[in-house]
Design a protein around this ligand. Sequence first.
Ligand code: CTP
Length: 238
Amino acid sequence: IRPASGYLACGDTGAGKMPEPETLFEYILRTVGYPKDMVGKKVLITAGPTGEAIDPVRYITNHSTGKMGYAIAKAAAYRGAEVTLVTGPVAIKPPMFVKVVPVESAEDMFQAVTERSEWADIIIKAAAVADYRPATVSSEKIKKSDDQMSIGLERTQDILGYLGAHKRDGQFLCGFAMETQDLLENASQKLKKKNADMIVANNLKVTGAGFAGDTNVVTLITENGAEEQELMSKEEVA
Ligand code: CTP
């Protein structure tokens, strides 16, 4: 790999430094850490929350960290796939070997994903997309008053639903489902309703599952049935 740039021991500035150990490790992982069984596959992944503006300083969002989607993007890239990651605002570093497309709102994500969906062999929708956004966005900061206030909400586009309705031949579509009750039933319904090939369902009430933390407990649902997985790291799930 190429040397990193910066201030060098000889006093010059330029390319000639040892890359950071983390960078070296990423290259090693990609080179020898995984079987190359996804070479030639084009994978589109979404991750993180969306942010829906209320006014110039406030927005509605959720607790998604992006960790699950980022782990999937990395795993696919390590396995040789060409990966595009459409990501809402998150605090984690963009993964190497992946094309990252940052977006903010559900509408931005819809645009970014549908522009690229024809290209993708596999689409994995790990993002926690807002289902509703403020019906009007104030161009000025909203001032407080002593009265109560409320925000009118309207539906966002269902990106997964759209992708399912416009799926091309041979394309594999995977959605996520977070449930707090009737996990299997709700997730199986989602599989059919969204015309998806797989739903990764997690029960938010199970310890170690969901948004928070580095682990997940998922059930993989396909038309062939449900496969419950043990508690494992998000990397292993990916
Ligand atoms: N999703 C999407 N577009 C949206 C909302 C969600 O693509 N506007 C995707 C998510 O990325 C995830 C899946 O849909 O893959 C979640 O399914 P959804 O039915 O939207 O989940 P919930 O909102 O949790 O379902 P419900 O409110 O119906 O229980």
